[in-house]
Ligand binder design. Structure first.
Ligand code: FUL
Length: 494
């Protein structure tokens, strides 16, 4: 956690500083920060939370065979993008506001987008660039050039490999993982898919193979390899450990959506039960926030027949408010087409979506407001309500420890018309607030216009109609520890 004061500056430290005459505030009254409540995010998870919106790139032989799941017997000869352009792909993602992209380095069909040393089933036997190409390298480099983060999807299930379901496959899988972890710069995530379907080519056997997802991949030791080489890469699987699946592929989080899970429950392993993932669990035993993954088209891979079924800007906005706006990250899939570029229809929809978001969040109508708080933890400078407007996620308004309900009233500089309220908790201190309400001042009285539950990294309250008022009040109506609000905003959609 980045703190306003160095973490080591405790009450004792402040007193010592004051008695030495180094600081002039009434430091005897300054409280230390509130103790964290429940599970808290790691530094790695905090960096992931900050991303909020990033993209998937589903690209492989399926793009050329018009399938969603390749069987594993596809010839590398089919992989032949006619005009592959990593810059165009990454530029599109960045222009859409994505903070990173995750590439399917290997999907279930087993075809590798990089020239792995451990298989012949890869780009090196494709006609693309005469077998000299490396899609992983080109996308990773483009991400670096454009200043966004890069991650990889390495499907555990491999329908091509002859050893799949035998112990030998684990060695192969880990060797591939090491290649990706060591050759392509910093990764922000390694995405471990939960699908383990059964039948496949398997080196010509063409049969059904079953594994036990709890034990076969020896996840603790496989994940350790990622920790060793890429300590800041977040591990995704259905049940974490760094972030979890939301339990559907429509891009919608539950409401509430808690950032914590109870990991003592049975079924909490990659590919296990999806029960509880949509809403999370409170108080939970671990900080495992959710990612909402969804494709901009019906399928994950490009299909020409879906060119007319690209999600509209309005649909994308609805997804954004139901994912980012419920404290999750949104992972929106953009499938490169047979040229190896993002299709024009997808770009058009993304551009409108982005323009609307940029216009909405350009001006915080609460800026310059005067505050009245039901209570403030000493001192105002360290914990006062002004900090909810400073644009920093790690400074916050908070109260004395014993407080569980609190109010923060804002008097705006002038009457404002808005339909979006933006809230953040100081999540480095855990998820503390369980319910809140919002009021507007109307005809001489406070009138409630919204209620909500979980806040966490972010809560966007999107109202069906615009409100015009010069006073707004946030009421914390239930909390399990004194509330800590990092940011507050009022915005108007165009
Ligand atoms: C699923 C896979 O089976 C799909 O093909 C896709 O990759 C999606 C993101 O995850 O489990």
């Amino acid at each position: 956690m980045r703190s306003r004061l160095p973490l080591s500056l405790t009450v004792a430290g402040l007193l010592a500083l004051a008695s030495s005459g180094c600081i002039s505030i009434n430091s005897a009254e300054a409280s230390p920060p509130p103790a964290p409540y429940g599970p808290v995010p790691t530094e790695r998870q905090l960096r992931w939370h900050e991303m909020e919106f990033y993209g998937f790139l589903h690209f492989t032989v399926n793009t050329f065979t018009d399938k969603e799941w390749g069987y594993g017997d596809e010839s590398p000869q089919v992989f032949n993008p006619t005009d592959f352009d990593a810059n165009q792909i990454v530029r599109t993602a960045k222009a859409a506001g994505m903070a990173g992209v995750i590439l399917t380095a290997k999907h279930h069909d087993g075809f590798c987008l990089w020239p792995s040393r451990y298989t012949e089933h890869s780009v090196k036997h494709s006609p693309w660039k005469g077998g000299q190409g490396d899609v992983v390298r080109e996308i990773a480099d483009a991400c670096q050039r454009h200043g966004i983060r890069f991650g990889v999807y390495l499907s555990p299930w491999d329908r091509n490999h002859r050893d799949y379901a035998r112990p030998e496959y684990l060695t192969y899988y880990r060797n591939q993982l090491r290649e990706l972890l060591t050759q392509y710069g910093d990764l922000f995530t390694v995405w471990f898919d939960g699908a383990n379907g059964g039948d496949g080519y398997y080196g010509g056997a063409r049969e059904k193979r079953q594994i036990d997802n709890r034990t076969y991949y020896d996840w603790p030791n496989t994940w350790q390899i990622v920790r060793e080489w890429q300590p800041m890469a977040c591990l995704f699987s259905d049940a974490g450990p760094d972030f979890r699946w939301i339990g559907n592929e429509r891009g919608f989080a539950g409401d509430p959506c808690w950032a914590t899970l109870d990991m003592t429950k049975p079924g909490r392993y990659p590919g296990g039960s999806s029960e509880g993932l949509t809403h999370g669990e409170r108080p939970g035993t671990a900080w495992i926030p959710a990612e909402c993954d969804v494709s901009i088209r019906p399928g994950w891979f490009y299909h020409p027949a879906e060119d007319s079924q690209v999600k509209t800007p309005a649909q994308l906005l609805e997804i954004y408010y139901a994912s980012v706006g419920r404290g999750c990250c949104l992972n929106l899939n953009l499938p490169p087409d047979r040229r190896g570029r993002i299709h024009e229809n997808d770009i058009r929809s993304l551009a409108d979506f982005r323009r609307i978001l940029d216009t909405t969040f350009a001006t915080n109508l609460a800026a310059g407001a005067r505050f009245q708080a039901s209570s403030i933890r000493p001192t105002r400078r360290l914990y006062g309500p002004r900090l909810v407007l400073d644009g920093q996620r790690d400074t916050y308004w908070t109260t004395p420890d014993e407080v569980r309900t609190a109010e923060l009233a804002l008097t705006l500089r002038q009457p404002a018309t808005f339909n979006v309220v933006d809230l953040r908790e100081a999540i480095a201190l855990g998820q503390r607030i369980e319910a809140f309400a919002l009021d507007q001042w109307r005809d001489g009285a406070w009138v409630e216009f919204a209620q909500g539950t979980s806040i966490g990294n972010r809560r966007l309250v999107r109202l069906p109609q615009k409100i015009t008022t010069d006073r707004v009040r946030l009421r914390i109506i239930r909390a399990s520890a004194c509330p800590a609000i990092a940011e507050f905003g009022l915005y108007a959609e165009p």
